[in-house]
Ligand binder design. Structure first.
Ligand SMILES: [Zn+2]
Ligand SMILES: [Zn+2]
Length: 158
């Protein structure tokens, strides 16, 4: 059976915006201008940015915004399940892709790239893990060096 590529969250900005408003309504958080701008900056970034880069992006459109507001907004949205907060080393990174997916993390450029692994999604956790408590999220993080960084390394060697 051919594997259907899953819809990735970062592909359709408009759909995501509708999802955003819907989740906000459902969870009872107000859709404010600032929250919308922050969410849109996150969608436009096509990656898993840290709060600082979202702040730099939003500040162009909303010059009065503070980094603290961006931090607080991102945390509020993450708490309500509007986006996902990841902890990479000491920094938080944010993800608008709420579909089940996994991450490849480059230890050199700290890039995070989504990938699908349907076989893993279908697998049940082992019994010794299942008996530890309720499992809400099954997620895998692969760490390594991305192709771009490998290429840059090879160029240096030459
Ligand atoms: Zn890299
Ligand atoms: Zn992701």
């Amino acid at each position: 059976m051919a594997r259907q590529p899953k819809k990735t969250g970062n592909s359709g900005g408009q759909d995501l915006l509708e999802d955003f408003k819907r989740i906000c309504r459902r969870t009872g958080i107000r859709v404010t201008h600032q929250r919308l701008e922050i969410f849109q900056a996150l969608v436009r970034s096509h990656g898993h940015p840290a709060a600082e880069s979202i702040y730099a992006e939003v500040k162009i459109r909303v010059p009065t915004i503070s980094l603290d507001t961006v931090y607080r907004t991102l945390n509020t949205l993450a708490q309500h399940g509007v986006l996902m907060k990841l902890q990479l080393d000491t920094r938080a990174r944010f993800d608008t892709n709420l579909e089940p997916h996994h991450h490849f993390v480059c230890k050199e450029c700290k890039g995070i790239v989504d990938f699908d692994w349907s076989e893993l999604d279908e697998m049940k956790p082992p019994r010794n893990a299942a008996r530890l408590g309720r499992i809400d999220l099954k997620y895998l993080e692969l760490r390594g060096i991305c192709n771009r960084c490998l290429e840059a390394r090879n160029k240096l060697k030459r």
